[in-house]
Design a protein around this ligand. Structure first.
Ligand SMILES: [Zn+2]
Length: 113
């Protein structure tokens, strides 16, 4: 259990903006979260390390923390049935709504509504 080799698929910290959550893989692929899971979205610009690319996004206002904590499939399904969901920042919203802080329902982020 002392192997510390970084595999290509290993992912760094997640980043989010209203409506989107992404994660950078060490191989430079940036994945976006949707209701089917993490899907390839973009690549880190040539000449930039993953860390540099993430630093630039953070400067542009991308955030870490709670707004990146994507819900499980079961939770999404429950919210859809109840007609009330959590927004990315944890506020309660309608499943197709935004909270007063500008964050959308997780069902919007997931691409379900
Ligand atoms: Zn809010």
């Amino acid at each position: 259990m002392t192997m510390k080799t970084m595999r290509k698929e290993e992912v760094a910290m997640r980043l989010a903006k209203p409506g989107i959550v992404i994660r950078h893989r060490q191989d430079g692929v940036v994945e976006r979260w949707t209701y089917v899971g993490w899907i390839p979205w973009k690549r880190v610009k040539a000449g930039l390390t993953v860390e540099e690319a993430m630093g630039r996004l953070i400067q542009k206002g991308w955030q870490t923390g709670r707004v990146t904590r994507v819900p499980s499939e079961a939770t999404l399904r429950r919210w859809e049935e109840e007609g009330v969901a959590e927004a990315q920042d944890g506020c309660r919203v309608e499943i197709d709504g935004y909270c007063p802080h500008g964050w959308p329902s997780w069902l919007i982020v997931a691409g379900l509504v």
